[in-house]
Design a protein around this ligand. Structure first.
Ligand code: BG6
Length: 305
């Protein structure tokens, strides 16, 4: 019997670099292995599940309790939040973080670059299912480049005849040695919306450190920030484009206990630092226009981190 995976492999596999296989929960995945790194991408949600450059610890955190079920978001990796970040602005019956993180994306292309990296292009367009959530025609493209760095670019095109606005995020979960020992640099002096303080605005002083539940949208953020991780002796640099907001999230103890897809004791081993369009950073896309939201994640080994 010829399966959908066989068809994808015939059309898009790259010898010794990229193939399609059934992943956890039988969700179709893309497995990438090249001279620089390994990566796994789940077609549902266009979700990067794993990225590991050679000779490093896994870069992304994924909960051991995550669901791998059609229609349910994976707890970890890089969920794509779009066309809204967080709760829907006016309708509480709508799913948190939009609908594309659980939608089935299609494969548009694969290629090997001259420097040995591997590229995957996925796509999603409006359908009856998406129009039930959001009344706008759109074309989304996700370009994922796996090399010694990982680049994820979300291109949102307006294929309709009316302007739309959107928010969103590349909701990256990072694997850290001990969240209480890390520092996130690059956000000093910036205002942030504290979701745990009724959306009040505060100003960040110094690097961000975490010693309690944290859920913040940093505003007017520059295109680079860094997670310094002394336990894993590395720095993770995030370089972004098309984003002026950065979300920092750790659920800490009680929230971890309340999440069915997250183990009670996992919160010290992760932090979300998300390349976002959130808070004041609302994007307007005119008919025929597009918005590109991009992050490049680079790991630097640093014994003195
Ligand atoms: C973060 C939000 O981006 O995602 C948090 O700021 C939220 O408020 C977290 O709790 C996880 O969201 P979800 O929908 O994946 O449980």
């Amino acid at each position: 019997m010829v399966t959908d995976l066989d068809v994808l492999n015939v059309q898009f596999a790259l010898p010794e670099q990229l193939r399609f296989a059934a992943g956890l929960g039988d969700l179709p995945t893309v497995q990438v292995t090249n001279d620089h790194a390994t990566a796994t991408i789940v077609l549902q949600g266009g979700h990067v599940l794993a990225f590991q450059p050679r000779d490093t610890d896994p870069v992304l955190f994924v909960s051991q309790e995550s669901h791998y079920t059609p229609g349910k978001s994976i707890r970890g990796g890089i969920p794509i939040c779009w066309p809204w970040f967080g709760p829907h602005p006016t309708d509480s019956t709508q799913p948190q973080h939009g609908f594309v993180r659980v939608a089935p994306w299609s494969v548009r292309g694969t290629s090997a670059t001259a420097d040995g990296a591997t590229q995957l292009r996925l796509g999603l367009t409006d359908s009856e299912a998406t129009l039930a959530h959001w009344p706008h025609p759109f074309d989304l493209e996700l370009e994922i480049t796996v090399g010694h760095t990982l680049t994820v670019e979300l291109i949102a095109r307006n294929t309709g005849s009316e302007t739309f606005t959107c928010t969103g995020a590349l909701h990256s979960y990072f694997n850290v040695g001990d969240v209480t020992a890390i520092a996130v640099e690059g956000l000093d002096g910036l205002a942030y919306i504290d979701k745990l303080d009724q959306g009040q605005r505060h100003v960040q002083h110094g690097p961000v450190t975490i010693s309690a539940e944290t859920d913040r949208i940093y505003l007017d953020t520059p295109p680079r920030c860094t997670i310094i991780d002394p336990q894993l002796q590395r720095r993770i640099h995030l370089s972004s484009a098309g984003s002026r907001s950065t979300v920092v999230w750790n659920p800490w103890i009680e929230k971890a206990q309340s999440m069915a897809d997250f183990a009670d004791d996992e919160y010290p081993g992760m932090v979300c630092v998300e390349t976002a369009n959130a808070g004041d950073d609302v994007i307007t896309v005119a008919p025929g226009g597009e918005h590109r939201l991009r992050v490049t994640i680079e790991v630097e080994r640093d014994a003195s981190a």
